[in-house]
Design a protein around this ligand. Structure first.
Ligand code: SF4
Ligand code: SF4
Ligand code: SF4
Length: 329
């Protein structure tokens, strides 16, 4: 119906999981349909870009924008949807913080192209051809979007009203936001994180927390943790201490450590730095009295050796949105 507020959902550099999360509203998706004219969503609807361009500015009530900004097409759509939307929401970790695609920021564009199109053992590319933004063919010029050197968050390229975290956001949290909008509830201040809590996952995790001291770290395949004690206290790196609450501590509930997908809690600028600082304060290397500096370092290394990939562990979801952002040069 033409008089319903328009809702759009767009994917940029993403995996499609955020769309699945919306569909996972189950029967409540009918309430979304009743309240909105759901008119743009490339993976579900056949609306074209030119249809969006033809709309008056601000014609779309809400756009849920998932995915990071990896290509010129991602950026162009971010600007277009900003112009056409009253409320633009960075939906999900990729859009809000860069998420898994953002880990590519540790490598240059050229290194990524080489790894994918030249050195990949499953690629047959004898001409060593790399994708180009423009390629002349007998029928004319072929264009593909420019692949940027770095992944950026949505807020780095345009003005964002709200952020809904999660990889993907939990359906019950999406529903909280949608139903509040439908009910005409007052919106929080611009720039707020919505559809999540303000504290840390540890606050909603019902595992027993005692004095956290770790003398050994384990990777998840090495132990089957006990059901009740805190996973971090059992030597598994659980990011709950440095991650925003709101998911209901889903992962610790099923005996898996939190990997941090809801991003940093309110007031924390850098999730990875927060976790490293927390870890530094709870690692126990035993009595160091009389030990040489070298021996102390060896003890520390022996514990930290269980972390094979620091960036993947501490910045799995947040690298482009962090202070680090990626490689320096
Ligand atoms: S936030 Fe997670 S689920 Fe959503 S698009 Fe990114 S990787 Fe996929
Ligand atoms: S560190 Fe993990 S397991 Fe421990 S209380 Fe926090 S969320 Fe729960
Ligand atoms: S426990 Fe952590 S990783 Fe798991 S859903 Fe919640 S925030 Fe995401």
């Amino acid at each position: 119906m033409a008089d319903k507020p328009k809702l759009s959902m767009y994917w940029a550099a993403s995996c499609g999981g955020c769309e699945v999360a919306l569909v996972n509203l189950n029967e409540k998706i009918l309430d979304v349909d009743a309240a909105f004219d759901f008119m743009f969503c490339p993976c579900l609807l056949d609306t074209k870009k030119k249809d969006i361009e033809a709309l008056p500015d601000g014609a779309i009530a809400i756009t849920l924008f998932n995915g990071a900004i990896r290509t010129a097409e991602n950026e162009e759509m971010a600007h277009l949807l900003r112009k056409k939307s009253q409320v633009l929401i960075a939906f999900g970790s990729c859009s809000a913080e860069g998420c898994i695609p953002g880990l590519a920021n540790f490598h240059s564009r050229d290194a990524l192209m080489k790894a994918v199109y030249l050195d990949n053992p499953t690629i047959d590319n004898p001409g060593r051809i790399l994708p180009q933004p423009e390629t002349k063919v007998p029928e004319g010029m072929l264009h593909i979007p420019v692949f940027f050197d770095k992944v950026r968050t949505l807020a780095e390229v345009t003005d964002v009203d709200f952020f809904i975290p999660g990889c993907p956001p939990e359906p019950h949290q999406i529903w909280n936001v949608v139903s509040a909008v439908v009910a005409g509830a007052p919106l929080p201040p611009k720039g707020s994180v919505i559809g999540a809590g303000r504290s840390a996952v540890c606050e909603e995790c019902d595992r027993k927390k005692e004095d956290k001291k770790i003398s050994r770290l384990f990777r998840t395949y090495e132990i089957i943790p006990e059901r009740e004690p805190c996973l971090l206290e059992q030597g598994l790196i659980c990011m709950g201490i440095a991650t925003r609450d709101g998911c209901g501590a889903l992962c610790p509930k099923v005996n898996m450590p939190c990997t941090g997908c809801y991003g940093p809690p309110e007031g924390v600028m850098d999730q990875g730095a927060k976790m490293v600082a927390a870890l530094g304060s709870i690692i126990d290397i035993g009595d160091t009295k009389g030990l040489a500096e070298e021996e102390i370092y060896q003890r520390i290394d022996a514990i930290l050796g269980a972390i094979p990939d620091y960036a993947g562990m501490f910045y799995k979801y947040s690298l482009p949105g962090s202070i680090l952002k990626g490689r320096i040069a």
